[in-house]
Write a protein that binds this ligand. Structure first.
Ligand SMILES: *Cc1c(COP(=O)(O)O)cnc(C)c1O
Length: 452
């Protein structure tokens, strides 16, 4: 079956359809096999096994169709199995699957570096190294910043999430489940207060003063190699900082010789209606990390930064067997093309309008929706205990769990987030139709009604 919506052609009908219990019998059987051979530390939000995916729809092994409001955590920004991405990756698979860029290079790696230089903020010479995962990109950004500054301190913000490797575990705010029992952790990581307008009520300037004072007191700018920030925090619950917070931090970094690194692994690659969310805040980071949405579902990550900073590592100091794999770079080039061809920056804004309008309506009906926030197709609601939305804002993780479960039973994949597990986040593919968004919002409305 083919669905044509706008310029996109879909090979799976773009509709929600539940035909068995959730999970269905075939998923249950697969899950039993999985429990025997996959460790419990690798968990799944929903034990529904996916057989096909296209556009904004996941089809499970029992034939159920889900509206995917998570896109694999903002990975399939151009849509699942997007035709141009599949075609480019398939062709590349036949031409060259792997040679290792650090042995015998190929054009795709260079082209991705050119595209990132073009589309990241800043009108200066930039260079890019490619890696396999977001955490690996963050680790490399820190390595390079240390080499460049000859300092060791790494500053991060409260509610941050940067990955699951040893260094990035130390950079995360939340211990459980990410780092519980996994120490010892990397040292010289300093965590400072962030800007969280719904909770701290501070202006951007006030929050920035607090952050800078804290870092000056607890570590001192002289020992800081870098400050790593997510312009809009992802796992932390789509926390959008108050206006002026990030530019003030960046100005302080520039003055003190601290490398300002924007971790745009979740917020980048057109997700927020700009290539990088930094643009919304007038930021020009010294370095930007990308991953998630960059290659339409294939594993690829990047560190892009000022040429003089990026060139500070010794030849051979950066790299890895699979980093910038030819198939992944071919997919990434197709993603950049599709962002332009399908006008996905504007589509992100359309998604924002539809989702925000619907969620603000729900907020009028259900007072446990404390806040609706986000930019582009990176929208969240923070749920609080009844009657506390304007006062103590007590977290309501139980409602989030119940709503995500209700949505899954009714064919909508919804992701949770937040340090207190009380945030529902929406980060669908940018090619998702308004009809599917409205349908998902309707399911959510019903879910809230069953809670009440
Ligand atoms: C997902 C994420 C990471 C880690 O990326 P992986 O590919 O899972 O290693 C780092 N930073 C942010 C902001 C993320 O959202």
């Amino acid at each position: 079956m083919t669905d044509i919506i706008g310029s996109s052609v879909f090979t799976v009908s773009q509709e929600r359809k539940i035909v068995t219990a959730i999970p269905g019998p075939k998923s249950d059987a697969l899950h039993a096999r999985r429990l025997a051979v996959v460790p419990t530390g690798v968990s799944s939000v929903l034990p529904v096994y996916i057989a096909r995916a296209n556009g904004a729809i996941l089809v499970d092994v029992d034939g159920n169709q889900f509206i995917d409001m998570g896109a694999g955590i903002g990975v399939t920004t151009v849509g699942h199995t997007e035709a141009a991405v599949v075609e480019a990756a398939s062709a590349q698979l036949h031409d060259v699957t792997h040679t290792l860029f650090t042995i015998t290079p190929y054009e795709g790696y260079v082209r991705v570096a050119e595209l990132l230089a073009e589309h990241t903020p800043g009108d200066f010479a930039k260079k890019t190294m490619l890696a396999n995962s977001g955490a690996e990109a963050v680790e490399n950004a820190v390595k390079i910043a240390r080499k460049h500054t000859r300092r060791v301190g790494v500053a991060v913000l409260e509610h941050a999430y940067h990955g699951r490797t040893n260094l990035t575990m130390a950079m995360n705010f939340k211990a459980a489940p990410y780092s519980t029992g996994f120490g010892p952790f990397a040292g010289d990581v300093y965590r400072a207060p962030n800007s969280y307008p719904y909770h701290d009520g501070l202006s951007g300037a006030e929050a920035a003063t607090r952050t800078i004072d804290y870092l000056e007191k607890t570590v001192g700018s002289y020992d800081l190699a870098c400050l790593v920030v997510e312009p809009i925090q992802g796992e932390g619950g789509f926390v959008v900082p108050a206006e002026g917070f990030l530019p003030t931090l960046q100005a302080w970094c520039t003055e003190k010789g601290i490398v300002f690194i924007a971790d745009e692994i979740q917020s980048g690659m057109a997700r927020t209606g700009a290539y990088f969310a930094s643009e919304h805040f007038g930021l020009v980071p010294d370095m930007i990390t990308s991953a998630k949405g960059i290659a339409g579902g294939l594993p690829l990550a990047a560190v892009t930064g000022r040429a003089e900073i990026m060139d500070s590592a010794l030849p051979g100091g950066l790299g890895g067997t699979f980093g910038g794999n030819p198939v992944a770079t071919a997919a990434a080039i197709a993603v950049f093309d599709e962002i332009e061809r399908l006008g996905l920056l504007a589509e992100a804004t359309r998604v924002e309008q539809t989702l925000s309008a619907g969620l603000l309506e729900l907020q009028k009906k259900y007072d446990i929706i404390g806040e609706v926030r986000g930019v582009g197709a990176m929208i969240a609601i923070e749920l609080v205990q009844p009657g506390t939305g304007q006062t103590t804002k007590e977290p309501n993780p139980a409602a989030v769990t119940a709503l995500a479960a209700y949505a899954a039973q009714h064919g909508v994949i919804l992701l949770t987030a937040g340090t207190y597990g009380n945030v529902l986040r929406f980060l669908p593919s940018l090619t998702i139709s308004d009809a599917l968004l409205e349908d998902a919002l309707g399911v959510l409305d019903d879910g809230f009604a069953t809670l009440a």
